[in-house]
Design a protein around this ligand. Structure first.
Ligand SMILES: C[S@@+](CC[C@H](N)C(=O)[O-])C[C@H]1O[C@@H](n2cnc3c(N)ncnc32)[C@H](O)[C@@H]1O
Length: 270
């Protein structure tokens, strides 16, 4: 199976880990409504050529197939595509955005969600993606801005709230940046798209509450499962990690979800 490595780091949440299927289900539950609203706002999608990169579980790629219809095309790529279920009309490609050229287009719609924030070469990749757009085609990037603190909206007690602050700071200030993640990328996408020559650049920003027992809170359990060694090396204790994994099931805990920046930019007509 593909090693999720890049020349400058290692993708933080390997699709071979046992938690990966849950991760993709949680992300779909949290974000598919927003993504579908944004893509639907592009107008009639029948016959369009879609590239869904870093497709993860593939829920958006399957939705694209239904929109594109028999005259369109949808290609879903991932460095490790094992969780993309087969679907009539969906093409799937094992593909590394860092080391390989953008799959041959041109593309009318290119979408990537929570992919480039993990990849140090994000700006160069975005420029290459823009170069593979058909005239009038769009790039849609959806990313989490995680540099904001104050993650806890409600908690059973102060000690529990403090644990989540510690978890968040450890993850976004130490562990993920060491693997090439940029917690501020989401809020930079808009200007980077303008610099790349795209027009009509538009950003929508959304954050929801994540009560214990729902996808957003449960994602934290998957994060700790996949990065447990890194959390321990960063100084958190096994008891703290276990307590967080217990609390994410407690509905008295309510977290402020990460701000999702959904940014669309269009290549000018020739
Ligand atoms: C956080 S998941 C997001 C999945 C999906 N886009 C979603 O939002 O539900 C990031 C995905 O990007 C993929 N990925 C990471 N590095 C990649 C690379 N260099 N090229 C292509 N895909 C990559 C991972 O394997 C993973 O499936």
């Amino acid at each position: 199976m593909t090693a999720a490595t890049t020349p400058h780091g290692e993708y933080s949440f390997d699709n071979n880990d046992v938690e990966a299927a849950d991760r993709h289900n949680y992300l779909g539950a949290m974000l598919d409504d927003l993504t579908i609203e944004r893509l639907s706002g592009l107008g009639n999608l029948a016959g369009k050529r879609f590239l869904e990169f870093g497709a993860g579980g593939g829920s958006i790629a399957r939705w694209m197939v239904d929109q594109a219809g028999p005259t369109g095309r949808v290609l879903a790529t991932d460095i490790n595509p094992r969780h993309i279920r087969t679907y009539p009309g969906l093409e799937v490609l094992e593909h590394n955005l860092v080391t390989e050229a953008v799959p041959e287009g041109p593309w009318d719609v290119i979408h990537g969600r929570l992919v480039l924030l993990h990849i140090p070469q994000r700006e160069e990749i975005l420029r290459r993606l823009c170069g593979s757009l058909a005239p009038g085609g769009v790039v849609v990037l959806e990313e989490w801005e995680t540099s904001f603190r104050k993650l806890v909206l409600a908690a059973p007690d102060k000690e529990s709230a403090a644990l989540f602050d510690l978890y968040h700071d450890t993850l976004v200030e130490q562990i993920l940046p060491a693997k090439g993640n940029d917690p501020t990328w989401a809020s930079r996408v808009h200007s980077v798209m303008i610099e790349a020559g795209l027009s009509d650049v538009d950003t929508t920003i959304v954050a929801r509450s994540w009560p214990g027992g729902t996808a957003g809170a449960l994602l934290i359990e998957a994060n700790i499962g996949q990065l447990r060694e890194e959390f321990l090396e960063a100084g958190m204790t096994p008891n703290q990690l276990d307590e967080i994994c217990r609390l994410v099931h407690d509905p008295r805990l309510v977290l402020r979800g990460h701000f999702t920046y959904s940014t669309i930019g269009r290549r000018r007509q020739a």
